[in-house]
Design a protein around this ligand. Structure first.
Ligand code: 8YV
Length: 312
């Protein structure tokens, strides 16, 4: 069968590139030094795009690909994809839901533990030889504390179950009340005011940009910790840094940032923040499943079948 030409818009791991190269002629836009020249050369043939969750895809780029049929996202989040434009132009978008839910929820739950029990700081304390001079300061228990999940989708629910196992109480905020045993709070501000942990598990993109503002952080207050495994864009990062510096909130556990992989020095200096390099789905098992879905979605589409996990 003839290999279909696809454009690669993000750095992809070898275990994804190998099957892609076997089935497609892959044009590496991400690493191309002269992107305009690459588009001028192959743009008219391109039928598919492969990208990561969060990769920004300008409409101006898509407009240069007259034969484009499908965007296959290596990630559950597709906030960088102009989905309405794709729908309007009959272009399919697929993502990799479900296979990463448990890993992402594990990471959120780990961030709750790391921030409340100060586990990363405790490890640094021991390695620095400080234990010889005295015990590590006491931390805070999780049992009985209230966690507020913002965005109770598949990942939000998996996080809630894990936090319940730690003896925590759960409340949530989202667009709609759901048939779940947890308390629904109809405003983000109200949820922030009530909870000890505000856990962000909602999609990124224009509609959720800077939803967690200085006002929301003030409502979360000095008893509160912000956990973000969603997208950096959801939080006003400058306001968060100020809130961490001033003790407006107790702490933060972050896997995502506004301008990855750049993390502001001022945030790195905040001892009350646990910072992870966007690794929540970063296990061999999960990334292999995600890669399988990326390839299978393209294969299904180009063989005339519906993709396995379509967004549109
Ligand atoms: C990945 C993600 O980091 O699924 C997402 O939306 O952000 C992550 O799982 C990324 O897509 C893999 O490159």
């Amino acid at each position: 069968m003839e290999k279909t030409p696809v454009l690669i818009l993000a750095p992809l791991p070898d275990f994804l590139m190998q099957p892609l190269l076997a089935a497609h002629v892959c044009h590496d836009y991400f690493h191309a030094e002269d992107k305009a020249a690459l588009l001028a050369r192959v743009g008219a043939e391109i039928r598919g795009i492969v990208l990561s969750g969060g990769t920004l895809v300008p409409v101006a780029l898509l407009e240069q690909l007259p034969k484009l049929e499908i965007l296959s996202v290596f990630g559950v989040g597709y906030d960088g994809v102009p989905v309405d434009w794709c729908k309007a132009n009959g272009i399919r978008v697929t993502n990799t839901p479900d296979v990463l839910t448990e890993d992402v929820a594990d990471t959120a739950s780990a961030l709750v533990l790391m921030t409340s029990r100060k586990l990363a700081a405790a490890s640094r304390f021991l390695r620095a030889g400080a234990w010889e001079k005295g015990p590590f300061p006491l931390a805070h228990a999780l049992r009985g504390k209230l966690a507020g999940i913002v965005g109770l989708g598949r990942i939000g629910k998996a996080i809630a179950h894990r936090l319940e196992a730690h003896g925590m109480r759960i409340a949530y905020h989202g667009r709609t009340r759901q048939d779940v045993p947890w308390e629904y709070v109809d405003s983000l501000l109200g949820l922030a005011q009530a909870v000890d942990f505000l856990v962000l598990a909602l999609p990124g993109g224009a509609t959720t940009k800077h939803l967690v503002s200085a006002e929301v952080l003030a409502a979360l207050g000095a008893k509160g910790t912000l956990i973000n495994i969603a997208r950096g864009s959801v939080v006003d990062e400058a306001a968060l840094i100020t809130a961490l510096q001033n003790g407006t909130i107790r702490g933060a556990g972050l896997d995502v940032f506004e301008n990855e992989p750049h993390v502001p020095e001022a945030l790195i200096q905040c001892e009350n923040a646990v910072l992870l390099p966007h690794l929540s789905s970063g296990t061999h098992e999960t990334r292999a499943e995600m890669a399988r879905l990326v390839v299978a979605n393209l294969a299904a589409h180009f063989s005339g079948a519906p993709p396995l996990t379509p967004v549109c």
